[in-house]
Design a protein around this ligand. Structure first.
Ligand SMILES: NC(=O)c1ccc[n+]([C@@H]2O[C@H](COP(=O)([O-])OP(=O)(O)OC[C@H]3O[C@@H](n4cnc5c(N)ncnc54)[C@H](O)[C@@H]3O)[C@@H](O)[C@H]2O)c1
Length: 280
């Protein structure tokens, strides 16, 4: 069991949603926080809310996780002023729903750069120093249900989130000898700003319907933050946030024919809900 209190913890995506809720939760447990996000106003709000509770924010910095040079500069600053991190939480992400034939190259690139290069930059810039320090620690990445299930309309998003699961699994074993725990968090629907900001390549009415449907079934980010804190403290590897996804994942591994039927149905339902633009 790792005590979070006093641990130097860097969180990406701290301006909103799961990242902000995690910062509040972990800050409340006494962590020393290093908060980052591309959204300066949201980040400032998170910092204010945390400091008002009397918790410690060592640094709140605007950072685009896809920008390697900026990540390196931040890591150099943190390492020289504070030393190695104890906990790295890769949470920032963006989402895209689309049929493959409707995607622009910019859309492919943005999702890969933020969702995959973002966590890789975090791991590359901070984990080697954690290893060299020899004090243990924890690396956590927020993937998605789309990291274990081939969700329809998620071709690039699911690719990045599956990659996070794969890399986390390798790190889980590679970092064990350094007493660095690894978690990958797989949320189902969570009621955050992403519900509105997800790019959906479909007509407007269909987008509105699907955003409404999504938020009606979504859990609150604070619940995910509780699970994240627990995963860090108890070194839980795979954290699936809802029972229906646990069941579907079990079906995928144990009874593939039934999984195939469920996925065909899900794809049919999603195709019906999201009418492609060119057909309107
Ligand atoms: N909300 C859900 O239903 C859900 C489900 C599964 C997985 N997730 C994952 O959870 C994570 C957090 O998302 P959320 O739901 O809290 O959404 P959110 O939009 O509320 O928070 C995402 C944060 O990431 C930041 N961000 C976006 N691009 C960035 C960049 N280039 N550099 C730095 N920060 C950037 C945003 O400004 C925002 O503050 C994401 O990785 C997302 O894929 C969310």
């Amino acid at each position: 069991m790792m005590e979070i209190g006093g641990r130097k913890t860097l969180i990406t995506g701290a301006a909103s949603g799961i990242g902000r809720a995690t910062a509040m939760k972990i800050g409340g447990l006494g962590a020393r926080l290093f908060l980052t996000d591309i959204d300066a106003d949201g980040l400032e709000e998170t910092r204010r809310a945390i400091e008002e509770r009397g918790c410690e924010v060592c640094l709140a910095r605007v950072l685009d996780v896809s920008d390697y040079e900026a990540f390196v500069a931040l890591a150099d600053e943190i390492h020289s002023e504070y030393g190695p991190l104890d906990v790295l939480a890769n949470i920032a992400g963006v989402s895209l729903f689309s049929q493959v034939e409707d995607m622009t190259h910019d859309q492919w690139e943005r999702v890969v750069n933020v969702n995959l290069w973002g966590p890789y930059h975090g791991i590359e810039c901070f984990v080697p120093e954690m290893v060299r320090a020899g004090r243990g620690g924890h690396v956590l990445s927020v993937s998605s249900t789309a990291g274990i299930i081939g969700l329809p309309w998620h071709v690039v998003y699911a690719g990045t989130k599956h990659a996070l699961v794969g890399s986390s699994e390798v790190l889980r074993f590679d970092l064990r000898k350094h007493n660095i725990g690894v978690s990958v968090v797989l949320p189902g629907a969570v009621n955050t700003r992403i519900v509105q900001t997800t790019v959906i390549n479909a007509d407007e009415d269909a987008c509105r319907r699907s955003r409404d449907l999504f938020s009606r079934h979504a859990m609150q980010p604070e619940k995910v933050a509780d699970l994240i804190a627990d995963a860090i403290e108890r070194n839980r590897f795979m954290v699936i946030t809802s029972a229906d996804i646990k069941l579907l994942y079990l079906l995928k591994r144990t009874f593939p024919p039934a999984y195939r039927l469920v996925m065909r149905f899900m794809t049919w339902a999603m195709d019906r809900t999201l009418t492609r633009k060119e057909f309107t």
